[in-house]
Ligand binder design. Structure first.
Ligand code: PHE
Length: 340
């Protein structure tokens, strides 16, 4: 008896379900009313009484095994066939949503390309800066009120001051420290200032600052470079004007306006009826700044300028609320798809 049970057990173990018809074949062969397992129960009658119990248990276990194999095979079949019914090869493919460049990236790239054309390299640096690179090397004496011009987010106060950079002039200090003139570089990047968020101000924004240092660099070079920039970005009819200003790191310093491109200088509410729009700050690099970075201020001179990317984007795209640039609203961002 045990031999016969073992024999059927071996057949079960080596059974392979190859096609869907095998499921029914298996059921008939092992579990059917004339199947192998039923046959074993019939043989049980002739088994001596003292062995009936153990043989009966073996046959029961065999039956359970066959039943669970049958269940598993059925389940397998329904999952693979249900998969098939969902595939409709005639359906159009799902839509692929294409992204677009962020308006600030579009403007940054445009500005960087203008300066690349006239030989400026691109330099980048850390957003978390020490006091030296953000302030001291740029001629901000300790406790000088000019530090308040830029409301700083401090990370560590005291002798070893660490803060989020308030401008990318810090990158230019790093460039001056690490190279010898001629230097011609622009530093695009994100900067942070502790301002209340409104349509006109944000606690972070993007700048592009430029630095040019060589022998005999003059204010006329600065003015011509900025005129070239303004005409490339705002059109060949654009004019610029310079107004005296103050920055600790430049002397003399100026603020630059471009003729209003929205009303052609006739006067509108964007230029507040002046015909001019303020776009950047600039000046001749203060000799103290050159010396602090190890550059001989008797031999070399230079100019620097800095502008806000959001400001230029506002003027080009006529988007007046600064907050739109960081809200990730697709209704806003989708409008820049065609600008690529
Ligand atoms: N760093 C100045 C700012 O953030 C901009 C600037 C750069 C002005 C270079 C003059 C020269 O406001």
């Amino acid at each position: 008896m045990n031999e016969q049970i073992q024999n059927i057990e071996n057949q079960l173990s080596s059974y392979e379900f190859k096609a869907s018809e095998d499921i029914e074949k298996f059921r008939i062969q092992f579990l059917g009313s004339k199947g192998l397992i039923k046959g074993l129960y019939a043989l049980l009658r002739d088994v001596p009484n003292d062995k009936k119990k153990s043989s009966g248990q073996l046959i029961n276990a065999l039956k359970q095994k066959a039943e669970s194999m049958l269940d598993a095979a059925k389940k397998n079949q329904t999952t693979s066939s249900s998969k098939k019914t969902h595939e409709d090869l005639t359906k159009p493919a799902p839509e692929v949503k294409l992204g677009s460049h962020h308006p600030l990236s579009i403007i940054r790239r445009e500005i960087v390309d203008v300066f690349r054309k006239i030989g400026f390299s691109i330099s980048e640096g850390p957003e978390i800066e020490d006091d030296w690179h953000n302030f001291s090397a740029l001629n901000f004496p300790p406790e000088h009120p000019a530090r308040d011009m830029q409301d700083t987010f401090f990370i560590e106060k005291g002798a070893n001051e660490i803060a989020l950079r308030t401008h990318t002039s810090s990158v230019q200090v790093r460039v001056m420290e690490g190279s010898t003139p001629p230097i011609r570089t622009i530093s695009p990047g994100r900067v942070y200032r502790n301002e209340a968020i409104s349509a006109r101000a944000h606690c972070f924004f993007h700048q592009i600052e430029g630095l040019y240092i060589d022998e005999d660099v003059s204010f006329a070079d600065l003015k011509q470079t900025l005129l070239f920039f303004a005409q490339e970005v705002f059109g060949s009819k654009a004019k610029i004007r310079l107004r005296p200003s103050y920055f600790p790191f430049t002397e003399p310093s100026a603020e630059v306006d471009v003729s209003c491109t929205i009303c052609n200088s006739k006067g509108c509410n964007v230029c507040k009826y002046t015909g001019w729009l303020e776009i950047l700050g600039c000046g001749m690099v203060d000799p103290n700044v050159l010396e602090a970075s190890g550059i001989d201020s008797k031999k070399y001179s230079g100019f620097a300028f800095g502008m806000g990317v959001e400001r230029i984007a506002q003027l080009k795209f006529k988007v007046n609320d600064l907050r739109m640039y960081s809200e990730n609203d697709l209704r806003f961002l989708n409008q820049f798809k065609s600008t690529l």
